[in-house]
Write a protein that binds this ligand. Structure first.
Ligand SMILES: Cc1ncc(COP(=O)(O)O)c(C=O)c1O
Length: 464
């Protein structure tokens, strides 16, 4: 009986898609890296359920924690304390960079945590400006009275709600326009493969210099509240930061009194081999956003405010809130996930698995002119495909986001012929397996990718 799949196809709104032809595949169970369908197929999830299931599906420790929590407290409001909620807030405060005197706001989606982070940053700047003597610092007191602008980057995605999509450079922002929130300006991304401007040797300095130029021209400390970055760009190309870039952003924020917000929704929870990607750069952010894999099967996300930012709300209202904040069941799952990652040592395995994966991907790429770049960190990799290897011509331009490319054919081939699920995107093949992946599973899916790339090379050379 797969009536439920028909009903889902008929009545559920599928994300980012026209609804005609929505035909979801009925699933009977999930386990580890695998999705079992009702018709007996076993499919490898090479995008970890959109990066939500870093521990693989149905990790026994998390399932046990969820089951046991369900018999105790599932949810109470924040006037009450639930054991997993308090413990998780404490654990996150301790595990993340900087003083543990932080406060955590719990939400239910990455976008909702981003909203809280942006609002928190603006309110922090408001509190600073209106504290005793604050307004005297303003160099243009007759104007809008506190810093409110957010600097983001063109190649970024922070979620689909109004505020979150407004700070997203990704073309999905265009669906929100013209009702995007005001006060957002975009900086260029720092992409070593495709520096948006400047020379390949100096693009980091030139990029940082441009951010500083933007701040100056947007009104400086009187007008700009924060800079938001994905420490490793996710949806827009899996772009690790070039050396020195994130430290440079931190220094700029310090110089101008801006808050540095890092969105670890996709890069956090061990994906890059550290609990947070920002740890690779030794940078202490002011606000950290966690999502996706944090909740380990439950919708639980967090905006974590540093001691400095939290202190500003001791006697000022944190003007934000949602039902189900601090959901005890989700927090119990997240605590168990952290135990698996940090205490049981899964995190330590990610770097060596990632090195194995990277060497495999590089040797495959060497035989395929359609691969322009292999990049990533930990188990967060991509092969960017190009129409022409030497000129690095992209398969499609940003303005052509909704046109079909050969990447869709690859994901269809991998799915139909090889039982590998890797939803296509605009730049290439995502290689983002659950962190529990084994070497033999990596060998197996790399062989499938190799075959898929043969098809791409043939098609592209036939078209020349
Ligand atoms: C970096 C980043 N931030 C925020 C979001 C939004 O998360 P959600 O889809 O849970 O709202 C995403 C989703 O892909 C993301 O990658």
């Amino acid at each position: 009986m797969t009536e439920f799949a028909q009903w889902q196809g008929q009545h559920m709104m599928q994300c980012w898609s026209p609804q005609a032809g929505y035909d979801p595949i009925p699933v009977s169970r999930t386990e580890g890296c695998w999705i079992h369908t009702t018709d007996g197929k076993k499919i490898f999830d090479l995008r970890s359920a959109h990066e939500c299931i870093n521990l693989g599906f149905n990790h026994p420790k998390v399932i046990a924690a969820l089951k046991s929590q369900m018999d105790q407290v599932i949810y109470v409001t924040d006037d009450f304390a639930a054991e997993p909620t308090g413990k998780l807030a404490r654990r996150l405060a301790e595990l993340t960079p900087g003083s543990p005197n932080k406060r955590v706001y719990f939400a239910q989606s990455g976008a909702a945590a981003v909203e809280a982070a942006i609002k928190g940053a603006r309110l922090y700047q408001y509190n600073q400006m209106f504290q005793e003597g604050g307004l005297q610092k303003a160099d243009a007191p007759g104007q809008y009275p506190y810093p409110y602008k957010i600097i983001s980057r063109y190649k970024s995605w922070h979620g689909s709600t109004s505020g979150a999509s407004s700070v997203s450079g990704d073309p999905r922002r265009w669906f929100q326009e013209p009702l995007t929130v005001p006060g957002v300006v975009f900086a260029p991304e720092a992409n070593a493969f495709r520096p948006p401007f400047g020379s390949p040797e100096n693009f980091v300095d030139e990029n940082l210099g441009y951010i500083e130029y933007m701040i100056e021209n947007e009104g400086g400390s009187n007008k700009v509240a924060a800079v938001i970055v994905e420490p490793v760009v996710g949806s827009n190309g899996i772009i690790p930061p070039p050396p020195g870039y994130l430290k440079g952003v931190r220094e700029i924020c310090d110089r101008w009194g801006l808050l540095m917000i890092v969105d670890e929704t996709m890069s956090g929870m061990g994906r890059t081999g550290k609990l947070l990607a920002i740890e690779h750069d030794g940078v202490e952010p002011d606000i950290i956003i966690l999502g996706k894999a944090l909740g380990a099967y439950c919708p639980l996300t967090a905006a974590i405010f540093s001691e400095k930012v939290s202190a500003s709300f001791e006697n000022n209202i944190f003007g934000h809130g949602q039902s189900y904040s601090g959901h005890a069941l989700g927090c119990a799952g997240a605590l168990a996930a952290l135990e698996v990652l940090v205490d049981d040592g899964l995190l330590q395995e990610v770097a060596s698995k990632g090195a194995y994966l990277e060497s495999k991907l590089r040797s495959i790429a060497a035989n395929h002119p359609c691969v322009g770049d292999v990049r990533g960190v930990g188990l967060f990799y991509t092969m960017e495909l190009v129409a022409d290897h030497d000129s690095k011509t992209p398969l499609r331009k940003t303005t052509e986001k909704y046109t079909r490319t050969i990447i869709k054919d690859i994901s269809d081939f991998l799915f139909r012929e090889k039982n590998v699920y890797v939803p296509s995107d605009k730049f290439g093949i995502w290689v983002v397996p659950p962190l529990i992946v084994t070497e033999s599973e990596m060998d197996w899916f790399c062989e499938a990718i190799d075959e898929a790339l043969d098809l791409v090379d043939k098609t592209l050379s036939a078209g020349k």
